[in-house]
Design a protein around this ligand. Structure first.
Ligand SMILES: C[S@@+](CC[C@H](N)C(=O)[O-])C[C@H]1O[C@@H](n2cnc3c(N)ncnc32)[C@H](O)[C@@H]1O
Length: 209
């Protein structure tokens, strides 16, 4: 049966080279996102468990950044074409095809999970289960950094993202979901604009107690 993940996979399979050429700069022109990932990496290193998943890793540029920041990072993506690209671009790192909804990772084994604009295509009703799966793989004290298109609300809104439909999220509503998944929020960074639509570029860092 086809579902939204199949649509997302096919859409990203078709834009690998374009996507990689646009976004493979390791956030050189995005200082806020870059420094939030730097803070995430520092905190993950501080847990003593550097094992970190970059979920929805796309072409793998942020997995490579996490590696450079001293983490034992690996990438997962549902698009096999993205994973092929990531393997070619970063042969020393591990990349696998996997869905964020069903991570091939043991319970409580990771110090960190990075979800950089990779939960944006998930229908709002599925977000609680998706977040629960990320919490499952985090060790106590482990950190999740999630980035998304934020709004002032009141509801998530579906919009025509350039690759495949996506959702913008009221920041407070997303934070409530993180809290509901059992995470404590550590930091939020909001700045604008994330796109010509005026969404807030939003990064929320949360920790498993
Ligand atoms: C907007 S791109 C972000 C890629 C990368 N994280 C970055 O920041 O450049 C979204 C990525 O998430 C992946 N993705 C979306 N839904 C997914 C899911 N349910 N499981 C695994 N990967 C998913 C897509 O295939 C795509 O590569």
């Amino acid at each position: 049966m086809s579902d939204h993940r199949d649509e997302t996979r096919v859409a990203y399979d078709g834009v690998v080279d374009l996507y990689a050429s646009l976004f493979a700069d390791r956030l050189e022109t995005q200082p806020f996102a870059r420094h939030m990932i730097g803070a995430f990496a520092e905190l993950v290193r501080g847990t003593g468990n550097p094992r970190t998943a970059d979920v929805g890793c796309g072409p793998g540029h942020l997995t490579a950044m996490l590696d450079e920041l001293g983490l034992d990072a690996f990438g997962l993506d549902l698009s096999s074409a993205m994973v092929d690209h990531a393997r070619r671009a970063h042969p020393a790192l591990r990349f696998d095809v996997a869905r964020m909804e069903n991570l091939p990772v043991e319970d409580g084994s990771l110090g960190g999970v990075l979800a950089h604009y990779s939960m944006i295509h998930t229908p709002p009703g599925e977000l609680p289960a998706l977040l629960a799966e990320q919490v499952r793989v985090l060790a106590p004290g482990g950190l999740l950094l999630v980035s998304f298109f934020g709004t002032e609300g009141p509801e998530p809104v579906r919009f025509d993202h350039k690759v495949t439909p996506a959702y913008s999220w009221p920041v407070e509503r997303f934070v409530e979901l993180l809290t509901g998944a059992g995470l404590g929020t550590v930091a939020r960074l909001l700045h604008d604009p994330a796109s010509e639509r005026g969404f807030l570029d939003t990064h929320v860092l949360a920790r498993r107690p």
